[in-house]
Design a protein around this ligand. Structure first.
Ligand SMILES: Nc1ncnc2c1ncn2[C@@H]1O[C@H](COP(=O)(O)OP(=O)(O)O)[C@@H](O)[C@H]1O
Ligand SMILES: [Mg+2]
Length: 361
């Protein structure tokens, strides 16, 4: 069936949009012709628009499927007749801890979908759990403690400086200049802030000074391979600002932090270091049972030690983002990259590989 024309539904959620605006948008969309929405966003295409176009170029039949956080959208999904779901969901009704539930639901419906299964999303999203699994596999990750409302859930004997972050968020939510703390007082204040602001346990990690390296991984199980490494250069951030990928660095285009930082293919890494970064990324990818595609975020300490900061199942696929940048450097056009993800997902379902059956669904 690979190579055949597939009906592919791009499943996405209304992440971070308020329900009133979403309802208004839905009403407006209903009165429009389906393709108008794609054409309208002239300035910068969204990832789903880019993927839609790539799927068309590949000869597939893409369509959008919006999960708006209401049960009715789940009911509609149960009637979806697509050959494959291209999964771009990150939350349900704005709650990103429900990302795995969406995938589990798609699984229950017996639909095929791209990317990580619910178990991998669960293990990756709870960073403390991911770190415990890394430790089991001998993968270096910063020492840490977790605290929630006065209760210490786990504690290494950690030393300052530390970075305090929500233990189950991503997209650098809750990560700003105040995240890196240099005293116990600052740490306790930040833990309280994380608990109050996000109602989340705080992950208190040893801060690793060093280069920020991202490894895109494409493939599943034995076919997984690392794409060219990407570095986020944080060195131009102003003196006194911690060199971290804060929310501003990632998303706030009008901030100095955004303008002064840039991702590009990593250079000036010797062969041995590249190998260690790649091996670490693959080990982390496999340990958390990621599949099809993923991105492992690492820090390379000045002494050459490689630390995994986190694993991202289903990373952002916009053409300007690190994963597509890495794929391009490996020789894949954006369309080919999307095609590979479709083929990898379909391959998992169609090959009927008994050895991986338990983890493929
Ligand atoms: N232990 C750490 N040492 C140094 N920098 C860190 C550490 N943990 C996080 N960071 C910085 O904060 C950024 C965001 O942290 P991360 O855990 O990846 O959160 P998110 O899931 O929101 O991307 C990282 O990309 C890195 O720049
Ligand atoms: Mg990250």
């Amino acid at each position: 069936m690979i190579g055949a024309k597939l009906k592919i539904a791009l499943l996405y959620d209304l992440w971070n949009e308020d329900p009133v605006a979403a309802a208004a948008k839905e009403e407006a969309d209903a009165t429009r012709k389906p393709h108008k929405k794609v054409k309208k966003a002239k300035k910068e295409k969204t990832d789903r628009e880019e993927i839609f176009e790539a799927l068309q170029k590949l000869g597939h039949e893409p369509s959008y499927f919006e999960l708006d956080g209401r049960p009715t959208s789940l009911h509609s999904l149960s009637r979806c007749d697509a050959d494959l779901i291209f999964n771009l969901t990150e939350s349900f009704d704005g709650d990103d801890t429900k990302e795995m539930n969406v995938v589990a639901y798609v699984d229950l419906l017996g639909l095929r979908y791209t990317g990580a299964g619910p178990h991998a999303i669960f293990m990756s999203q709870d960073k403390a759990i991911a770190k415990k699994i890394f430790a089991f596999h001998g993968i270096k990750t910063p020492f840490f403690a977790t605290a929630y409302r006065g209760r210490i859930e786990h504690a290494h004997d950690i030393s300052l400086p530390l970075i305090v972050k929500p233990s189950c968020e991503d997209g650098s939510i809750g990560i700003d200049a105040g995240s890196v703390v240099k005293s116990v007082k600052e740490m306790m204040e930040r833990v309280e802030y994380i608990q109050n602001e996000f109602d989340s346990p705080a992950l208190i990690e040893e801060y690793i000074e060093g280069r920020e390296i991202y490894a895109g991984v494409l493939g599943s199980y034995e076919t997984a391979h690392v794409l060219p490494l990407v570095e986020l250069d944080l060195s131009r951030l102003p003196e006194g600002t911690p060199k971290i990928a804060s929310y501003d660095v990632k998303f706030e285009k009008n901030t100095e932090a955004y303008k002064l930082t840039k991702s590009s293919i990593a250079v000036n890494l010797d062969e041995d270091t590249v190998k260690r970064l790649e091996d670490t990324a693959l080990a982390a990818y496999r340990a958390l049972k990621l599949r099809d595609y993923g991105r492992i975020d690492m820090r390379l300490a000045p002494n050459g030690d490689v630390y995994v900061i986190e694993a991202n199942p289903n990373p952002w696929l916009a053409s300007r983002q690190e994963f597509a940048m890495a794929a391009k450097a490996s020789g894949l056009s954006y369309t080919e990259m999307i095609g590979s993800i479709v083929d990898l997902a379909m391959g998992r379902y169609l090959n009927g590989n008994v050895a991986t059956a338990a983890t493929t669904r």
